[in-house]
Design a protein around this ligand. Structure first.
Ligand code: BGC
Length: 531
């Protein structure tokens, strides 16, 4: 069999037809509904306790940290109240051994240390003042509340949220595996380590990166129609959207504001269709799942997100290399190689190890449309130690990589379409012709060429959307969404703390009034408490 025809047959296995896309949207809607009714379903549909989206007028200085993939980011954000903000950040790669540490404490101590370094570097004055105050004031806390940074903690893993700054880890994803942390409150884990370092920081809000993206996009692009979905297509994938409270049937444990009639729901769509009712399942998907740390879960994510696409491609390549009937990355002699050499793969090429093919090379392949594919061939050499790959090899590599990327984009369109349909915005006469706004972030949607175009192409063939509907859907990048969004939620949380303490204060006044036989709480108590 020629390499070209073999590559074609592989490509065909990654085809996800219009019909399959439409079936999957219906199933997505069904699983969304199931998740709103009860816990323990495939699509988790986690209530976030966030009941409104910002409008761009919010102000203040907040901190945010972001743990969710390969890096840990610490930032401070000045919200200017006019839809703009200023962001300062530092980023550090998470050491691989901490991703699978024995105890959660090891990971969280590392995170707290990064917060300390950030404060010293970027907010030294604030930090020094605080340390001085602690040394001169005898109270155990030693600082006044207004000197404490409110921190929004973006923690991008499935968490059962119990309140705005409280939530227990359900499961790890994206290669993290620290069993000791499961079931623990991740905010408390971080706060304990922050306190050990005596930092002036309070973990005020717990935020999924998708919720942050939704908030950030709403803050910076206000309009008649607010943003309905924040989605990540990066190392992992997920989406958070605004749902009507009336549709949320499962019981909620924490307090929340009911006045808006809405709540942001973290779908955890990475686990959509773990039962494989509608997801495609090639032999390479099966092999990837089997060798993963979490077989049987995050099945949608394993077909869509950046962490996995490169691995699917690698598994295909290994199969082709093993196939004696196909000349892939091998030449009989230099005459069959257009560079008049023979292809060699170095013995220690990372192509032979799990996760050894970085998804980024798929972007290079998609972007290289030169006749010789020389950029791609250069990358094959640099990244994978494949020396003098022939043009036919590079073409096969490119075609297969593209098929995997395209399938991912079409699957992404399934989730986006389902949420647009669920929102009912396309048929709402009040916002006729207005754009339906969606904020996205993540390496895949940002760097994979034509990823958004492929999503739009699929949206246009979906029942209930069609070409006209697809035109109204505005998918825009919300860069740094998780940082800004976490700051915005920390701001909401600060407001909630304030009103909570108002109630406590009034409650105390009332009970004092009773014990002292006074008839009424002083008239201006309400105002005094909120000052
Ligand atoms: C996590 C989500 C997260 C997504 C994107 C998934 O693996 O389960 O919580 O939002 O990755 O970072």
């Amino acid at each position: 069999m020629t390499l070209e025809s073999k590559a074609k047959s592989v490509v065909a296995q990654f085809d996800y037809t219009d019909d399959q896309v439409n079936k999957a949207v219906k199933e997505f809607l069904r699983q969304m509904d199931e998740g709103l009714q009860k816990d323990g379903t495939s699509l988790s549909q986690i209530p976030t306790y966030v009941t409104g989206v910002p409008n761009g007028t919010e102000k203040g200085l907040y901190m945010a940290v972001d743990l969710g993939g390969t890096n840990f980011r610490v930032c401070s954000i000045q919200l200017n109240g006019d839809t703009t903000f200023n962001l300062t950040f530092s980023k550090v790669a998470i050491p691989k051994d901490l991703m699978v540490a024995k105890t959660a404490q090891e990971l969280f101590a590392f995170l707290a240390k990064q917060i300390e370094l950030f404060l010293k570097e970027h907010h030294e004055e604030h930090f020094e003042q605080h340390v001085r105050r602690r040394m001169t004031i005898s109270s155990p806390d030693g600082f006044r509340d207004e000197h404490v940074f409110r921190l929004g903690f973006t923690f991008s893993f499935p968490v059962q949220q119990i309140g705005i700054n409280k939530g227990t880890l359900i499961r790890w994803t994206k290669g993290f595996d620290i069993p000791d942390a499961i079931g623990k409150d991740v905010c408390a884990l971080l706060q304990d380590e922050i306190d050990k370092l005596h930092l002036p920081v309070k973990v005020a809000a717990l935020v999924n990166d998708t919720v942050g993206t939704l908030m950030a996009r709403s803050y910076s692009s206000p309009g008649k129609t607010s943003t309905i979905l924040g989605a990540i297509f990066g190392t992992g994938t997920n989406g958070a959207y605004v749902e009507k409270l009336a549709n949320l049937k499962k019981p909620l444990t924490g307090e929340y504001d009911k006045s808006t009639g809405e709540m942001v729901i973290n779908t955890e769509w990475g686990s959509f269709d773990n039962q494989l009712n509608v997801l495609p399942n090639t032999p390479w998907d099966v092999a990837l799942d089997k060798a993963s740390v979490n077989p049987g879960i995050q099945m949608y994510e394993k077909r869509v997100s950046g962490m996995f696409l490169g691995e699917i491609l690698r598994l295909v390549i290994i199969d082709l290399l093993k196939n004696k009937d196909v000349a892939f990355f091998k030449d009989e002699n230099s005459s069959s190689n257009d560079w008049k050499s023979t292809t060699n793969i170095v013995a220690d090429s990372s192509i032979y190890t799990q996760w050894g093919l970085d998804t980024a090379i798929m972007s290079v392949a998609a972007a290289d449309s030169t006749p010789e594919l020389s950029t791609l061939r250069g990358e094959l050499e640099n990244q994978l130690g494949i020396h003098a790959a022939g043009l036919d090899d590079a073409q096969a590599f490119k075609a297969i990589a593209y098929a995997i990327g395209r399938r991912a984009a079409r699957l992404s369109a399934v989730a986006i379409a389902a949420i647009v349909l669920q929102s009912g915005k396309l048929t709402d006469p009040e916002i006729k012709d207005e754009p339906i706004d969606i904020g996205v972030d993540g390496s895949l949607v940002e760097h994979y060429p034509y990823f958004r175009d492929m999503i739009y192409e699929a949206l246009a063939i979906i029942d209930g959307i069609g070409p006209e509907g697809a035109k109204r859907i505005r998918i825009g990048i919300a860069k740094d969404g998780s940082g800004v969004g976490a700051a915005l939620i920390a701001l909401v949380a600060a407001g909630m703390e304030k009103s909570m303490s108002t109630q406590d204060y009034l409650g105390e006044l009332r009970s004092n009034a009773k014990t002292n036989n006074l008839t009424a709480v002083p008239e201006d108590a309400e105002n005094a408490a909120t000052d």
